[in-house]
Design a protein around this ligand. Structure first.
Ligand SMILES: [Cu+2]
Length: 125
């Protein structure tokens, strides 16, 4: 941080260096090494990243304990899987989501987990 010269951090961050870039799309492993789990600061993980339409989020987690629900803004705020019956829910443990433009909200649908930090609001340009 103290050295301004090292401040390149956008499209070629080290966490994606092994992933081939296809047509300008970038694949992000959510939470990096921590993956998708409780008590991770996903706001901190998002900081400094710019997402473009077509980029991919990979959620890596233990599917015995977690899932990924792509919810509405209200669902994100209230930590509920909503709209109920329509929000896509992924349960594979290694789920890749291609991001469209707009703001998208992801939570873990297991009770208590969203409020323990398993929530992600991503703005995609
Ligand atoms: Cu969970």
């Amino acid at each position: 941080m103290a050295v301004p010269v090292l401040n390149f951090q956008t499209s070629s961050s080290s966490s994606t260096s092994t992933t081939p870039r296809t047509a300008g799309a970038t694949t992000y492993l959510v939470g990096d090494a921590a993956g998708w789990t409780r008590n991770v600061d996903y706001g901190g993980w998002l900081a400094g990243k710019t997402f473009r339409a077509g980029d991919v989020l990979v959620f890596k987690y233990n599917s015995t304990f977690h899932d990924v629900a792509w919810v509405s803004k209200g669902g994100y705020k209230k930590c509920t899987v909503s709209p109920k019956g329509f929000a896509p829910v992924y349960r594979n443990g290694y789920d890749a989501v291609t991001l469209p433009r707009g703001t998208h909200y992801f939570i873990c649908g297991v009770p208590g987990h969203c409020s323990a930090g398993m929530k992600l609001a991503v703005t995609v340009y």
